[in-house]
Ligand binder design. Structure first.
Ligand code: FMN
Length: 147
């Protein structure tokens, strides 16, 4: 069964909720999924084993949370090039940060991005929950069953 990881940087739980919905979509597509807060990652031995990486952060002071910056730097040093990626985030007025995560995943980590970044503005409504699940399913369907 292909294995994916969802990593989120979240202060008050909004981005964590989106991450959990994406994880549910990945499971619907037949993947095994680990989820981690960005400040509680496993060691490199485990972190480099996933077939797909889904990374998200909320926006504070026009930037992603520092923990997500650190995740991106760490991933860029691991041999994950060519694996599948997707980015997400929650915001109040500046929806650019998820796109910045997307760009860094592609450019700095060499991931193959499955879809445009998903930027959601809480409160989470039903159609947004479905968008998050759908992103998970989209990523999941790109993974070969034997990975
Ligand atoms: C102190 C503070 C600063 C914020 N700065 C921004 C910002 O610069 N741009 C933005 O779009 N949203 C900003 N927000 C809104 C949060 O990004 C938004 O509420 C988000 O959903 C929180 O997600 P989280 O619970 O995962 O941290 C800010 C919120 C707070 C409390």
């Amino acid at each position: 069964m292909p294995k994916a990881v969802v990593i989120f940087a979240s202060k008050t739980g909004e981005t964590a909720e989106i991450g959990n919905l994406i994880a549910a979509g990945l499971r619907e597509a037949g993947c095994e999924v680990d989820t981690f807060p960005a400040d509680s990652l496993p060691g490199d031995d485990q972190l480099q084993t996933y077939a797909a990486y889904v990374l998200g952060s909320s926006v504070y002071n026009e930037q992603m949370l520092p923990d997500m910056d650190e995740v991106l730097t760490r991933l860029s040093r691991l041999p994950v090039q060519g694996r599948i990626g997707a980015a997400f985030g929650s915001y109040e007025w500046n929806e650019e940060v998820p796109g910045q995560i997307h760009t860094s995943m592609e450019r700095d980590c060499g991931l193959r991005m499955a879809a445009p970044a998903l930027a959601l503005k809480p409160p989470m409504l039903g159609h947004m929950e479905e968008q998050a699940r759908k992103l998970g399913r989209t990523v999941g369907k790109m993974l070969p069953a034997d990975q």
